[in-house]
Design a protein around this ligand. Structure first.
Ligand code: FO1
Length: 312
């Protein structure tokens, strides 16, 4: 079994490659739920939904979140009543939030609802929320505001300087069913090229997860989300300094520290390979720009080859 710690778009692209490289039924993705928020009483899970839409072949191609062939009739009508559509919800997307919220209200845990949703989109891999409990990534800005991650990212366009990032609710959150087993029983654990601070840390911060990663007999391989000193997508370059990490491929490996056995970096960063290896982490240099599914498949295979090499 191959277990992937996953955030949103970068993880979805990687998982598209991994589920082409191996049988999807051998893949479990442990997905960040710190981005989740409530709007109009509905529970919205952006990272679970981005991966589902991506792998289900229905993601909005330019946005890379939300649905393709989408309409915003409900959102337009809500504006009539004065609701500010700062977090845009399309009509098709709303159907998923209505279903999920209904099932949660019926007492079905998020992990079970997620299994229903992935089945409905014809996906064979397992998507596991990091926790079934409600947690929330909060961004504390240097000018003293305490923002929900989505307020920071979508409404404020990641403009404010960040003082601190925390996962509210982490102290009482429990790993969702299957999460710890997926880590301990894996043949390889992979940290997808997701945002280290608001996608990967927010999975590791669920009590028990970091210990399971540190303790698993499986090799732990990461893929750098930073290429050529820049983020491929999103705002990791704004958050890494707030946690004292360099915005480089080697800097993120150092940030993950002892969790890593192997680290994949892009060919643009091959001069950083010796620095990664000096940190005791086996480094592989390869093409990590996954615009083409073939690249994502080759990248996934390189991860598994390195895991096998380290596992011997
Ligand atoms: N991102 C935006 O930049 N603007 C939006 O209005 C927006 C709405 C939205 C609705 C549902 C959803 O699942 C994701 C949405 N996103 C939006 C993307 C979201 O902020 C990101 O997918 C993650 O939370 C960060 O990776």
């Amino acid at each position: 079994m191959f277990t992937v710690l996953a955030g949103g778009v970068g993880a979805a692209r990687f998982l598209r490659g991994l589920t082409r490289a191996v049988d999807p039924r051998q893949v479990a993705a442990i997905v960040n739920v710190g981005d989740d928020l409530h709007r109009f009483g509905l529970r919205i899970c952006p990272d679970l939904d981005s991966i589902t839409y991506w792998l289900g072949g229905v993601v909005h191609p330019e946005q890379q979140w939300g649905r393709a062939d989408e309409r915003f009739t409900v959102s337009e009508e809500l504006a009539r009543f004065g609701h500010d559509p700062w977090f845009t919800l399309g009509d098709r997307d709303l159907a998923l939030h209505l279903h999920r919220t209904l099932r949660l209200r019926e007492g079905v845990p998020l992990s079970a609802v997620t299994a229903e949703v992935t089945r409905a989109f014809g996906l064979d891999l397992r998507l596991l929320p990091a926790t079934d409990d409600e947690v929330e990534t909060r961004i504390l800005t240097q000018d003293g505001r305490d923002l929900h991650f989505q307020e920071y990212w979508v409404r404020e366009r990641a403009a404010p300087e960040v003082a601190h990032v925390r996962l509210a609710g982490a102290d009482t959150a429990r790993p969702a069913p299957g999460v710890i087993e997926a880590i301990l029983d894996a043949d390889a654990v992979i940290l997808a090229p997701s945002n280290p601070v608001v996608s990967i840390d927010t999975i590791l911060d669920v009590p028990g997860v970091r210990e399971a990663i540190a303790g698993t007999p499986a090799p732990v391989i990461g893929v750098s989300p930073i290429v050529g000193g820049k983020v491929v997508r999103g705002m990791a370059h704004r958050l890494l300094p707030a946690v004292g990490a360099e915005v480089t491929a080697a800097g993120v490996a150092a940030y993950y520290g002892d969790l890593l056995d192997g680290w994949l970096i892009d060919t643009q960063d091959e001069d950083q390979a010796p620095q990664v290896e000096r940190g005791g982490v086996r480094c592989r240099v390869t093409d990590t720009m996954m615009d083409d599914p073939e690249v994502a498949t080759a990248l996934a295979r390189t991860c598994l080859d390195l895991a096998e090499e380290l596992g011997r």
